[in-house]
Design a binder for this molecule. Structure first.
Ligand SMILES: CC(C)(COP(=O)(O)OP(=O)(O)OC[C@H]1O[C@@H](n2cnc3c(N)ncnc32)[C@H](O)[C@@H]1OP(=O)(O)O)[C@@H](O)C(=O)NCCC(=O)NCCS
Length: 192
């Protein structure tokens, strides 16, 4: 019988010019709680912002489970050479039969507009299209989130339309923009 070690797939870490994409860890709870409660980061998130670090720890466990269960992957994004975690990115809602998944990401606002998430997502998309064998990557963005819209356009995503009253969140129905990127359209233009 195969040992536990041989049955478990190694987590696919990635390094880019300035970043390390590694597994999420409970030791990062404090750093990620700061990101996940940053008012600029959560402004357009569908979920209610977390009120205490224990909720962030629960979220870390849920996101770690994506890779463990073969349902997707979420990386912790840290500054090289060995800096603190500054965000996360990865894939969820992986529909293997359709070769599609949803992408998600968020970054500490102190580091916005320096090309960091572009660098991280380039590595993530390379993994998605070539290791997960995805054909289509989707992104759902709350209408009004212009940063994320501009960011996805920069990454080559196409805005397919507006999903009206798609989510019930924070006491009201919210419209969502649906973006997609197909494998045949993927042109990595940033250092991965
Ligand atoms: C979206 C986000 C991840 C971008 O991270 P980032 O590291 O700043 O992204 P990059 O620097 O790689 O790229 C930023 C690009 O976004 C676009 N952008 C950023 N700010 C913008 C603004 N105010 N108006 C229009 N476009 C903007 C531009 O295309 C910009 O590229 P440029 O700087 O070369 O012009 C970050 O803003 C974030 O965490 N936002 C909050 C969380 C969130 O919305 N997550 C997604 C939920 S769907």
């Amino acid at each position: 019988m195969a040992s536990k070690e041989t049955k478990e797939r190694p987590f696919p870490e990635r390094t880019t010019a300035r970043l390390r994409l590694g597994p999420l860890d409970l030791a990062q709870t404090e750093g990620l709680h700061r990101v996940w409660t940053d008012p600029r980061v959560v402004e357009y998130l569908v979920a209610e912002p977390f009120d205490e670090p224990a909720r962030s720890a629960e979220m870390i466990e849920i996101l770690r489970g994506l890779f463990a269960k073969g349902e997707g992957i979420r990386w912790a994004v840290s500054l090289l050479p060995d800096g603190d975690v500054i965000g996360t990115c990865g894939f969820h809602k992986w529909a293997r039969e359709h070769r599609r998944a949803e992408i998600g990401y968020e970054l500490d606002s102190r580091h916005w507009r320096q090309g960091f998430m572009g660098e991280a997502l380039t590595a993530a998309l390379e993994y998605g299209f070539h290791e997960m064998d995805l054909n289509r990557v989707e992104a759902f963005v709350t209408v009004g989130n212009r940063l994320s819209r501009g960011f996805l356009a920069k990454m080559g995503f196409t805005l397919e339309g507006t999903l009206r009253h798609y989510e019930w969140a924070r006491g009201r129905f919210q419209d969502q923009w649906l973006f997609s990127l197909l494998r045949e359209e993927w042109r990595p233009s940033l250092p991965a």
